[in-house]
Design a protein around this ligand. Structure first.
Ligand SMILES: *[C@@H]1O[C@H](CO)[C@@H](O)[C@H](O)[C@H]1NC(C)=O
Ligand SMILES: *[C@@H]1O[C@H](CO)[C@@H](O)[C@H](O)[C@H]1NC(C)=O
Length: 182
């Protein structure tokens, strides 16, 4: 998964760079959204989610980080609300077991992205990055459980996992810009 590799390497780079930088504030305009989206792995996804949010047009970088976080929380809640039905429709005990792991993972991830929101609100950007990493790692665990403990299978919620990874990237890009913008 190239995006997974991207995430771990980028998270590392961001953490290193963040450690030597200071807060520079942000400004509101469409160019800001474009700048974030152009740096992201999936420009179309970024523009159709963050770029399409009615709050984004007037948001500064901190606002864009908060909006990206709220979108990831909505995504995770949506997955959590669909998981019981997906499990009910499964007949394969291994798939049911794996989806149960995902339920626990997504539960934990939700708490971490809620922590991200609070940390950004409190200007705690380093803590926010930590929460994003922990929340993303839980979804990576859910993604990878379909390659462990038995035959490799495609997760029925693989697309949901990818969306969380993409939102996590947007949050980190906005925080990175916040901390580096001159
Ligand atoms: C997830 O959390 C909800 C409550 O927030 C709980 O009812 C449910 O049992 C949890 N599921 C797992 C698998 O941890
Ligand atoms: C992230 O996870 C690590 C390891 O479990 C933990 O030590 C750390 O406190 C967590 N960070 C946050 C912000 O919860």
């Amino acid at each position: 998964m190239s995006i997974l590799k991207w995430f771990s390497s980028t998270a590392t780079i961001i953490l290193v760079v963040v450690a030597c930088s200071s807060f520079n504030g942000g400004e509101a305009d469409q160019a800001l959204i474009e700048r974030i989206c152009k740096q992201s792995q999936d420009y179309g996804f970024c523009m159709s989610t963050l770029g399409n949010d009615p709050r984004s047009g007037t948001a500064d970088l901190r606002g864009l980080a908060l909006i990206s976080t709220s979108l990831s929380i909505i995504q995770i809640q949506d997955t959590l609300s669909r998981l019981p039905d997906i499990i009910k429709q499964s007949t394969d005990p291994l798939a049911i077991h794996r989806l149960g792991v995902c339920q626990t993972d997504y539960n934990g991830s939700l708490v971490n992205f809620q922590g991200t929101y609070k940390a950004i609100s409190d200007n705690g950007y380093y803590v926010a990055i930590d929460f994003v990493r922990n929340g993303t790692n839980q979804v990576i665990d859910c993604h990878n459980i379909f390659r462990r403990e038995g035959p490799i299978a495609t997760s029925p919620i693989a697309g949901d996992d990818m969306n969380v990874f993409k939102f996590a990237e947007l949050i980190l890009l906005a925080i990175d810009d916040l901390l580096h913008r001159k």
